[in-house]
Design a binder for this molecule. Sequence first.
Ligand SMILES: Nc1ncnc2c1ncn2[C@@H]1O[C@H](COP(=O)(O)OP(=O)(O)OP(=O)(O)O)[C@@H](O)[C@H]1O
Ligand SMILES: [Mg+2]
Length: 323
Amino acid sequence: MAPILEVQGLTAGFPSADGTARVLDGVEFAVEQGEILGIVGESGSGKTMTALSVLQLLPPSCRVEAGEILFRGNGLLALGGREMNAIRGEEISMIFQNPRSSLNPLFRVERTLAQVLRTHRGLKGAEARRASIELLVDVGLPDPERILRRYPHELSGGMCQRVMIAFALASNPKLLIADEPTTALDVTVQLQVIELLARLRREHGLTLVLITHNLSVVAELCDRVMVMYLGRIVEEGPVAEIFDHPRHPYTIGLLGSRPTLGDHGRLNAIPGSVPDLRERPGGCPFHPRCPHAKDVCAQERPAHEEVAPAHWTECHFWREVAA
Ligand SMILES: Nc1ncnc2c1ncn2[C@@H]1O[C@H](COP(=O)(O)OP(=O)(O)OP(=O)(O)O)[C@@H](O)[C@H]1O
Ligand SMILES: [Mg+2]
């Protein structure tokens, strides 16, 4: 079956007087129907930008310079505002990095949910109310009638995240993109949200792209994982394969700095820091921080190589690194 989403050679940046800050540098990946794909990488690696580009929600100052995004075979970048609005609501949903800020603080849960159900499913009145209750039950919220009457500030972090998931699912999307859906939550609630997402996949065949800093969440939930660095996917493959046989020094670094479930800290145990995007290193973007770098790494960009079935990486020395 053709992938539900294909991103090809996506390159985007913020032009300014002192050069373009390139945030995506040839991003290329596919999402298969029914899978859970994780995206990991340090802060600033371009995870959120990748997600926003799929929905055409990049900041206005960000310019897409090259590439294509295909959703069920149709190019998204050429679509107009109206067509894209329909895709955003009904085909692809997103849970944003900060859930509370994307809820309207002036509306009770019921009103926001009713709006989504009316716009995308044509439901009104008692029908909409029944569907709202079903959705809240589906995301594991006890006493849905009471939740419907609440304002966002009256919800706990975990409830708020479940309500956001309910909103995202209200339109019956084919693809859900969740940007750090558990980061702000305490450990117990993180585990509950993970279990909820796993159940939604089992029961509804949800296809999910999950952006996270937390490799334990990836291990728990994802089928495949992509590792991003400086706007590029430097390694990708099945979760067990990447965890057992990482080939890129950056992935090895990330796994070495692996926080446990519930750790709110950022991944920062890799020596050095992410360079200024206007001064992107030539060759392999990771070479200035790489313990294995040799001359060639500064000069030539490594090829995208399949190192094991469905496991790809971009490193000149992956054979030596892995040894
Ligand atoms: N409006 C903007 N103008 C200029 N640069 C921006 C803007 N928004 C984001 N960036 C830059 O784009 C890069 C990628 O950002 P992005 O938000 O995708 O990172 P991320 O991987 O999601 O990080 P985090 O884990 O912190 O959420 C960062 O270096 C960020 O500083
Ligand atoms: Mg982000």
